[in-house]
Design a protein around this ligand. Structure first.
Ligand code: G6P
Ligand code: BGC
Ligand code: BGC
Length: 978
């Protein structure tokens, strides 16, 4: 049927060469701005029949309520019966009943909700594309912006210079220039189109000197696009007469930037991309109530509105609102409009550049109104009803009737003479009697368009009402597009029909400002603010981003400091001998007690080493801050009390088991069971302990308590305990690494390299105490002002500088200081400092692990920050995430540089080309952070390519290792001294 019609309609078409997808005749002349027609005199607005009109009642759609009103029927009274029937049949097809409109409304609402839910199968008829606009304008946006409009007004491109004053109601007229896009460009390559756009920009800037410095551009690109950022947007498909190759699937912002670059206009920065509907909505002056819907009917048609973010499945956000572009032009592409489509619609569709697509748009958009009228007139001419039965080449040529012609011919205030002139312009010889019929055809086509548009808008309003959960919705709709300007009746019919379809909505309509240009500038202003914030964020984080050279420098400095420390020369690395000379060989047996002090938890353990393996029973005890920072006596009494409690609970009272003491602080050991505390770290500061033998302090406390008998055999650093514990499973384990509250490493060094310990053969485990690396100022160039603040506020300023850049006790604090700084710059939290953020240690390192977790959506990041009492937007949450990433990444890389230095030293010690070695690792940061361990490994691979390093996570903590050291000591004591 459709094909038949098409052939029929095309009869007499001359060559078809005149096909003009764009503005038709308008293309030949200078670019046209919409010329405003005078408002027509009060023509009765047709009301809708609720019943389906009878076939005889051709004018059902146009019957007025008042018998005295003139109806369109009386405007033209056809003569002969068969002509009348011909016209009736033809125009009846353009009729839509209220029931049909309600069906469209319901169908579109359904599709919209399917798309919002992210339904994939079957694909919803509309796309519901989220934009990156999250709030309606505040009216405070300010600045000068370039706006480039492509696609909103068919074959023309506009460049505007918009000034936002930041003051409500104070407007500065924009400067603008319009350019006609040649048809060969609209159908050419993407590069041609974007080069043309860049050329128009240059011409505009030549004609309107606006200064040369950093011009910020908002790009209004009005085609269906997937946006992934304020300035990232991938074209899904062309619509409305455009078909440039190589653009679909591409980021149009990048294409424009490339073209601007090719033109050498490096002073223009494209910072936002916006659909015309969004520009229309955002351009509204903030009124009594915010404008939350943008409706465009120009060459194409579409609407956008503010949806609750939690309803948009495609978004990783559940708070606030987001502007969604409905892209309703494609409604009906699945056949839903079937019964409404006329033979003319089918013919138009098949001749279009995008057959079977944008079916709804092709019934409403201005690009198609003239074409539909042309097809009907041509048909009627052919049937002998019009123009004395003759046609003309122009009437047979696509695009020869423009939407503004339709508006003019339909307007009863425009005299018949003007209609005749338009028709004569088409090469026709119209009779005066033809005028009224032509008017009726125009009215039928445009009335249907207005009603369909109203049904679609009604669906959007119903959706808005549902998502706001409001019985009575008060809403403002911004309207844009030349069809509104040309067709006053279009607007009134739309308004009346909307009122009929959604009576519970109180809708006011406001025309857009500067054809949406202002709105684009508003979005661009917001984007500019965000871009400025991003620059400040980047500047702030730059010193945390270490390159390979810097990391290799750290590795080299570490090697140097290790060598000096081993030689007993002044060095920030103490390289402390531990008197552990061998890893377990598996023959150790017995029951041992172990203490584990210095990490997150203080633990007492019972370790049973049997032929079948190692069994551990342990109990965690707290060390309150007032004890950790009280007197030494208090601290060691507390430790003994915990041991007594543990022994009692385990039925061990009275037994004197050999005890290994994991004591995770720097100690100068003189033997396995002697360790002089050099200095406290990690928040411990008990008085009168530094410089004293920790084993003595423990024995004194035991004596004071007189409750237990303990045989302290070994004092062990946690790194050593970890190495021993992992060494029990893997003999290749020759290094221990801790990245927890603090950080440190130990490894097996050749005894000949260790000054101060007798003997030249064999090996000894060296506790590097690398937390203090850089305390001589050697890390100065890497240390940021935030590191300095954290250091200064700590209980040991100037000490443990490497540890303070890496370990869990400090990373949260570094992040907190950066957040404070960014807030003071206005980049975060709207510049509002909160009391919470000023509180020391409020930002735990655990938050870094949580926030950086890949499985966490941005909304959960927000929730974490809000739980902290921080007033976050999504942009804030994203920035906080980036801060965390920069800080933890640097920590992991520094740690990796340290490991690389150690494994390379082991390799060189042994004179090996290649080394295969395992590292036993423990610590909450290393274990809980989602990316720390892989970043450490990657850095080691990069800096120590000749070493194959396996990281073994310790399962049982270093207490087990301390027991094993004790076991080895007991075994060796039976033969020789350890
Ligand atoms: C091990 C030990 C602790 C050690 C800790 C480091 O498992 O048993 O004594 O200090 O790891 O981790 P943390 O994160 O607790 O400081
Ligand atoms: C496009 C929309 C645009 C509308 C109005 C349609 O063809 O797909 O993105 O908003 O025209 O210009
Ligand atoms: C201590 C080390 C310990 C490390 C990890 C540092 O503060 O000085 O002895 O190994 O923390 O717990």
């Amino acid at each position: 049927m459709a094909v038949q019609w098409r052939e029929h309609l095309l009869q007499g078409t001359s060559t078809g060469q005149d096909r003009k997808p764009g503005r038709g005749r308008g293309q030949q002349g200078p670019p046209m701005r919409p010329h405003l027609l005078k408002a027509p005199p009060s023509l009765p607005i047709p009301t809708l029949e609720t019943e389906l009109p009878s076939r005889e009642n051709l004018w059902g759609t146009y019957t007025t309520q008042s018998p005295s009103s003139r109806t369109l029927l009386t405007m033209w009274e056809p003569g002969a019966g068969c002509e009348r029937r011909e016209v009736q049949e033809c125009l009846q097809q353009f009729q839509v009943t209220r029931a049909q409109l309600q069906q469209i409304q319901a169908g579109l609402l359904d599709s919209m909700e399917q798309a919002l839910r992210g339904q994939a199968n079957p694909a919803p008829a509309v796309r519901m594309l989220p934009t990156y606009v999250g709030s309606t304008p505040h009216g405070t946006e300010q600045g000068d912006f370039l706006v480039l409009e492509l696609g909103a007004t068919g074959a023309s491109l506009r460049v505007l210079w918009v000034t936002l004053t930041g003051v409500d109601g104070h407007r500065v007229e924009p400067r603008s220039q319009e350019f006609v896009i040649p048809q060969e460009v609209m159908l050419g390559t993407g590069q041609q189109l974007f080069d043309f756009a860049a050329c128009c920009l240059s011409e505009f800037l030549d004609a309107h000197p606006v200064g040369n410095q950093g011009l910020q551009l908002g790009f209004s690109f009005s085609f269906p696009c997937h946006q992934t950022g304020l300035a990232r947007s991938t074209l899904i498909s062309w619509t409305k007469g455009f078909r440039c190759s190589g653009v679909e699937g591409q980021d149009v912002v990048q294409l424009l930037r490339d073209a601007i670059q090719r033109r050498g206009a490096s002073n223009i920065d494209v910072i936002a991309v916006v659909n015309d509907t969004v520009g229309t909505m955002m351009g509204c002056e903030p009124g009594v109530r915010p404008c939350e819907v943008g409706l465009v009917v120009d060459t194409g048609t579409n609407a956008c509105y503010m949806e609750e973010a939690r309803h948009v499945a495609a978004l990783d956000e559940d708070r606030g609102r987001v502007c969604v572009s409905v892209e309703w032009g494609s409604f009906g592409d699945d056949g839903a409009l079937g019964p409404l489509l006329t033979a003319f619609d089918h013919a138009l569709d098949l001749e279009s550049l995008n057959p079977h697509a944008q079916r709804f748009e092709k019934m409403v958009g201005g690009l198609y109104l003239g074409e539909l009228v042309r097809l009907v007139l041509s048909h009627l001419a052919q049937r002998g009803v019009l123009f004395g039965g003759s046609s003309s080449p122009a009437l047979q040529s696509q695009g020869s009737i423009l939407p503004e012609d339709v508006a003019a011919m339909e307007d009863p205030s425009v005299g018949a003479a003007h209609v005749l002139t338009i028709l004569q312009g088409l090469g026709l010889s119209p009779e005066v009697s033809d005028v009224e019929l032509v008017r009726s055809v125009c009215a039928a086509v445009s009335t249907r368009a207005a009603r369909l548009c109203a049904a679609a808008l009604a669906a959007v309003l119903a959706r808005l009402q549902r998502s706001r959960e409001q019985q009575m919705l008060q809403v403002t709709v911004a309207t844009g597009g030349r069809v509104f300007e040309w067709h006053r009746r279009f607007h009134s019919i739309l308004q009346e029909t909307v009122a009929l379809l959604v009576p519970e909505c109180d809708v006011s309509f406001i025309p857009s400002v500067d054809g949406g240009g202002r709105g684009v500038a508003v979005v661009t202003a917001v984007a500019a603010r965000l871009a400025a914030h991003r620059r400040l964020l980047e500047e702030t984080l730059m010193p945390f981003r270490l390159n390979c050279e810097q990391l290799a420098g750290v590795q080299a400095q570490m090697r140097e400091a290790m060598a000096k420390g081993l030689r007993g020369e002044a060095s920030s690395l103490r390289m402390l001998p531990t008197y552990v000379r061998a890893t377990p060989d598996g023959s150790e047996r017995g029951d041992f007690l172990a203490l584990d002090l210095g990490g997150t938890n203080f633990r007492v353990l019972l370790v049973r080493v049997t032929e079948g393996g190692v069994q551990i029973t342990n109990q965690v005890y707290s060390v309150p801050e007032h004890v950790a920072q009280g007197s030494g006596q208090q601290l060691f009494d507390h430790i003994v009390d915990c041991i007594v409690d543990f022994q009692r609970a385990q039925g061990l009272s009275g037994q004197s088991l050999p005890l290994g003491f994991t004591f995770s602080f720097p100690c100068k050991q003189l033997g396995l069971d002697q360790g002089i505390l050099l200095n406290w770290t990690k928040g411990f500061n008990a008085l009168d302990c530094e410089g004293r033998d920790v084993v003595c302090l423990l024995r004194e406390a035991i004596r004071r308590r007189q409750a237990v008998e303990l045989n302290v055999v070994a004092i062990v650093n946690d790194t050593v305990g970890t190495m021993m514990s992992c060494g029990y499973e893997d003999p290749r384990c020759e290094m221990g690494l801790i990245v927890g509250t603090g950080t440190n490493a130990c490894y097996m060094e050749e005894l000949r390299n260790v000054a101060g310990v007798a003997g030249d053969s064999g090996q000894m485990c060296i506790n590097m105490e690398w937390g203090a690396f850089g305390d001589d100022g050697s890390l100065g160039s890497l240390s940021t002002c935030f590191d300095d603040s954290v250091d200064q506020a700590s209980i040991n300023p100037g000490k443990q500088r490497f540890e303070k850049m890496i370990s869990g006790m400090y990373l949260g604090e570094i992040v907190r200081h950066i957040l404070l700084h960014l807030t003071s710059l206005g980049v975060l939290f709207r510049g509002q400092q909160t009391q919470r953020l000023q509180t020391r240690d409020i930002f735990k390192t655990k938050f870094l692990s949580d926030i950086e977790s890949d499985s966490l959506a941005l909304r959960q990041v927000r929730a974490i920050l809000e739980d902290l009492g921080l007033p976050v937007t999504s942009d804030d949450a994203l920035m906080v995430l980036e801060v965390c990433q920069a800080v933890s990444r640097r920590a992991a890389q520094l740690c990796g540089a340290g490991v690389a230095a150690v494994v390379e030293k082991i390799r060189e010690n042994r004179g090996l080309e290649e080394l295969t070695v395992s590292v036993g690792v423990d610590g909450t940061l290393y274990k809980l952070h989602p990316h720390f361990s892989s970043l450490v490994a990657a850095t080691v691979r990069q800096l120590a390519p000749r070493c194959t390093v396996t990281f073994l996570e310790s399962e049982d903590g270093s207490g087990k290792g301390a027991a094993l050291v004790t076991a080895v000591a007991c075994r060796l004591a039976q033969t020789t001294r350890v």
